[in-house]
Ligand binder design. Structure first.
Ligand code: CP
Ligand code: NVA
Length: 310
């Protein structure tokens, strides 16, 4: 059987995403009852190779792997020989001898793709500069749990059209969900994303932070300075100031909108305390759902689609 990876959210079809959401719901229900019955990963060691910091993704994957019967091995990239020039291709071929899966957080999307090409077992993108599919699956799971379906959902993303925004748009495109982006022109949605959409009519873009507030079911923001963007910090703080999600911006929002943020939040920058700690905020539910969705992703990649034919 051909192996499957999660490198880009478009690796999954609409039907597969729904199967993953259903399975995450099952895992969540079982865990709440105190049942953690699974041997999906029994006897398998999964490497976690991280070139950027992480709290949620790393811990939720480690717990998910353990609860599915496997063993996570955290691979600090600066301690690996790739930091001294060993190629990704050689590293992947060596990892084939020990590991049965790889979860990778790095800068370039192409690095995850190269690992997937030379590594014979599932490769999971745990965030790149381009995308963060595991986060966005957890976010759609959260919306689906609360709102019961994606019918009539309108997501508005405000701020930097970064990896989170890219993946939200691509997932919305797969699921047929309307999505708006309010971003300053120089940090707005790229043509690459717009041109790759199957249903471009689902996306509206504006540089006005107020443009879409009044009819948004979800208002989502993220940091103005992603990992790797630190050199532009000063300039970004100035440009993004009008895009802060605060009570004034939300004055015309529907009473039951959901405030979402992938976290970590920079309180007082992209969001204020009153919003992130307010009654519409579901950020903790999003973070909790990371664990259940990681399990569902692993279940899908290991039980539904096995190892690549070699
Ligand atoms: N949201 C998210 O990916 O958080 P971490 O950077 O802590 O993993
Ligand atoms: N856009 C952020 C997401 C962090 C989870 C970053 O890439 O740093």
């Amino acid at each position: 059987m051909k192996k499957r990876d999660l490198i880009d959210i478009r690796d999954f079809t609409e039907d597969e995403i729904y199967r993953i959401l259903e399975k995450a719901k099952f895992f969540k229900f079982q865990r709440k009852k105190g049942n953690i019955p699974s041997d999906t990963l029994k006897g398998n060691c999964i490497g976690l190779l991280f070139r950027k910091p992480s709290s949620r993704t790393r811990v939720s994957f480690e717990v998910a792997i353990i609860e599915l019967g496997g063993s996570p091995i955290f691979l600090e990239s600066s301690h690996l020989q790739i930091s001294r020039g060993e190629t990704i291709q050689d590293t992947a071929k060596i990892f084939n001898l020990y590991l049965k899966g790889l979860v990778i957080r790095t800068f370039e999307q192409s690095e995850v793709e190269t690992f997937a090409k030379y590594f014979d077992y599932p490769v999971i993108n745990a965030l790149t500069d381009f995308s963060h599919p595991c986060q966005i699956l957890a976010d759609f799971f959260t919306i689906w749990e609360i709102k019961k379906s994606f019918n009539d959902i309108v997501i508005t993303y405000i701020g930097d059209a970064n990896n989170i925004c890219n993946t939200l748009i691509l997932a919305a495109d797969i699921l047929g969900v309307r999505i708006n982006v309010s971003a300053p022109e120089q940090y707005s949605v790229s043509d690459k994303i717009i041109n790759s959409m199957k249903n471009p009519e689902l996306l509206k873009v504006s540089k006005d932070p107020y443009a879409f507030i009044h009819n948004s079911s979800v208002i989502y923001t993220d940091t103005w300075v992603s990992m790797g963007d630190d050199a532009e910090k000063k300039q970004r703080f100035e440009i993004f100031k009008p895009y802060q999600v605060n009570s004034q911006l939300l004055e015309k929002a529907p009473h039951d909108f959901l405030f979402m943020h992938c976290l970590p939040a920079h309180r007082g920058q992209e969001v204020t305390d009153e919003v992130i700690d307010g009654k519409n905020s579901v950020v903790l539910q999003q973070a909790e759902n990371r664990l259940h969705i990681q399990k569902a992703i692993l279940w899908f990649l290991y039980e539904i689609k096995g190892q690549k034919e070699v």
